[in-house]
Design a protein around this ligand. Structure first.
Ligand code: F6P
Length: 372
């Protein structure tokens, strides 16, 4: 996210604009004052390699209310700001689009209340907004990668490699929980990248009797000479009936049915910190750059754009269509339409899952596709 802010600031300055940051997310927009700060070129020096977000972020109740958004509009006009680039997940991006759609009405209200002048009403007649997707979960539709997901994946892989040392030395099993909310991308890709013995993800819940199947897969791996066992569980993993699968449940199967000395590791917020990987720095920079281009070129009649990456090319997608498609995945999961969820998630998701199964002789539904 810091790399994105750096790129937005520097591209804005290069394009002859004044660049501002808003501290603490929408909270800062509503509060105004010191939360909205003009930035110079040098102010973002060193931000490329910083984890987290240096400008802060916060959940904001007041921006969800029209009164909060009215204050935010007043604060922006007071600073002469007419374009907003928001980096976040579906909630933040939906908030930005709503703000834009209400903008003329908010300005009329401010004019009526004498908070802005007629000239300001005319000068700031529209608010250009653009979305950047920042999330470790890689759960936004219409883009192949979200800013942060590859750093998080790298951290998970590194952690699994470290855990492997103990697993292998002591011949132990580890059940590792990874983040992702409703999305299994991190767990799936970590499974592919570490060759985990079994993974559990929400989009491909294991069939009835999976406990036995998992035990058999792991038994076979052990018989083939593997000294360590790694099972990766997405935090949103469920069975086919939408019952959550917990790491402790998985641990009990490995310990009780296979007699393995088993430990649980919940990677937690480790996955969200530390220096971003090279891909994320690059993605955030080129997307931040393009977001400024997008707001400068924006047609007020067109839908708000979201900067995406599609088959390794920068693309601009209709923001609210991406948000709607993202919500559709969650709806499909809740409705137990897992095939639909898998397809909506990403055209390659199914193939990656198969690649995982084939290269590890693991995963669920192994019988159907795996060679003996
Ligand atoms: O959406 C990002 C994410 O890290 C999810 O993977 C996780 O479920 C959630 O945020 C954790 O949020 P919090 O830090 O509020 O516990």
């Amino acid at each position: 996210m810091n790399a994105a802010v750096r790129a937005v600031v520097r591209k804005s300055i290069s394009s002859g604009c004044d660049a501002y940051i808003v501290r603490e997310g929408y909270e800062g927009l509503v509060e105004g004052g010191i939360y909205i700060q003009e930035m110079g070129w040098e102010d973002v020096r060193g931000w490329l390699s910083e984890g987290g977000t240096l400008i802060g972020t916060a959940r904001c109740k007041s921006f969800r209310e029209r009164a909060g958004r009215l204050k935010a509009a007043k604060n922006l006009i007071a600073r002469g700001i007419d374009a907003l680039i928001v980096c976040g997940g579906d909630g933040s991006l939906t908030g930005a689009d709503l703000f834009r759609s209400e903008w003329p009405g908010l300005l009329d209200e401010l004019l009526k209340a004498g908070e802005i002048s007629q000239t300001q009403r005319e000068t700031y007649s529209s608010l250009n907004i653009c979305g950047l997707v920042g999330s470790i979960d890689n759960d936004m539709s219409l883009t192949d990668a979200t800013i942060g997901c590859y750093s998080s994946l790298a951290r998970i892989c590194q952690a699994v490699d470290y855990i492997d040392a103990t697993a292998s030395s002591h011949s132990r099993a580890f059940v590792i929980e990874v983040m992702g909310r409703h999305c299994g991308w991190l767990a799936l890709m970590a499974g592919v990248a570490t060759g985990a013995d079994f993974i559990l993800i929400p989009e491909r819940p294991p069939l009835e009797g999976w406990e036995k199947e998992m035990a058999n897969v792991i038994k076979k791996h052990r018989e083939n000479g593997k000294r360590q066992t790694i099972v990766i569980v997405a935090e949103g993993a469920t069975d086919i009936n939408q019952n959550a699968i917990s790491v402790s449940f998985v641990k009990d199967i490995l310990a009780n049915d296979l007699g393995l000395d088993t430990r649980i590791t919940t990677l937690g917020h480790l996955q969200r910190g530390g220096p971003p990987c090279a891909y994320d720095r690059m993605l955030a920079t080129i997307q931040g750059y393009d977001a400024v281009e997008a707001v400068l070129q924006m047609d007020p009649k067109k839908p708000s754009p979201m900067i995406a990456i599609t088959e390794n090319k920068l693309t601009r997608q209709p923001l609210m269509e991406a948000v709607a498609a993202t919500h559709e995945v969650v709806t499909a999961l809740k409705a137990k339409d897992f095939d639909k969820a898998m397809q909506l998630r990403d055209s390659e998701f199914e193939e990656y899952f198969t690649a995982y199964q084939v290269t590890t002789k693991a995963g669920s539904m192994t019988e159907a596709i795996l060679p003996e």
